[in-house]
Write a protein that binds this ligand. Structure first.
Ligand SMILES: [Zn+2]
Length: 270
């Protein structure tokens, strides 16, 4: 991953809350008032944010085609047009999404000159078939693929694909900040504790998150290093997780993919 683009040290990421538990990420910089938005499912909260902070929209990054990630694109483009802003919309090549200007696939690079951010693109099939993520040396925008202490449901992809996608993310540097699209951490931790009750880091983190959520604090971003310690879906190679999966479904073999498939369906029924 050493050839990953560098992110600017003056970069800023802000969460815009949408719907019940979505985060739309606003990417800013300190040298001008342009921002990019990641997965703007709701235009209204984004426009409110732009107005309140006197910002201009110059790019939209989309991770996958679900409505809560793309629903605001059209209204935001209309709003930008009224203000004579040029907005470039980036998204996955392998999904059917309206209004994309640039269709992306694995290893493509995205250079957002106006907001001084650069990314490399990962294909992450599993949650949907064409899901992508945006990565640079400090940050990962991974939509609904990796959540803190959990992962997205398999709506279109196979367990094998999702396991590979999560393994790709697990191989990133520990300090990579994980900006996922939902605040699901506390519910995910309840399940993780059932799967791996002997994991002391997991217990410590669940206590911390419980306090954060009592104070209405966001638990995102997480980090790749933390997820490797507490996220059962990133730990399918660990003996503790394999044993728990086999206790849940005695008929499985213990390949990492089968263990992943088992705990994913266990979580779906949790
Ligand atoms: Zn989704």
């Amino acid at each position: 991953m050493s050839n990953a683009p560098q992110s600017p040290t003056n970069s800023l990421v802000t969460a815009i809350k949408a719907f019940n538990d979505n985060y739309i990420w606003a990417l800013a910089n300190k040298s001008n008032d342009n921002i990019a938005l990641v997965d703007p499912g709701d235009a209204e909260v984004c426009i409110e944010y732009l107005q309140k902070n006197d910002l201009k929209l110059s790019a939209i990054l989309i991770t996958h085609h679900h409505r809560d990630h793309i629903g605001g694109i059209k209204v935001l483009l209309d709003y930008a047009k009224e203000h004579s802003w040029t907005v470039t919309v980036y998204g996955p090549r392998n999904e059917n999404i309206a209004h994309l200007d640039v269709e992306l696939k694995e290893n493509d690079t995205v250079n957002l000159a106006m907001v001084d951010w650069q990314f490399k693109v990962f294909d992450l099939p599993g949650h949907t078939k064409g899901h992508i993520a945006y990565y640079n040396d400090e940050t990962l925008f991974c939509g609904d693929t990796l959540f803190s202490a959990g992962c997205g449901r398999l709506f279109e992809g196979t367990p094998k694909q999702m396991h590979q996608s999560l393994s790709k993310l697990a191989s990133l540097p520990s300090n990579t900040l994980v900006y996922c699209a939902h605040e699901y951490t506390q519910a995910n931790l309840s399940f993780a504790l059932i799967v791996e009750p002997s994991n002391t880091e997991l217990h410590d983190y669940a206590e911390k998150v419980s306090l954060m959520r009592q104070n209405n604090e966001s638990t995102i971003p997480s980090s790749i290093g933390l997820e490797r310690q507490i996220n059962p879906f990133m730990r399918c190679h660990e003996k503790t997780i394999k044993l728990a999966a086999q206790q849940y479904n005695k008929s499985i073999q213990n390949s990492d993919v089968e263990v992943f498939a088992t705990i994913r369906s266990w979580k779906d029924n949790f």
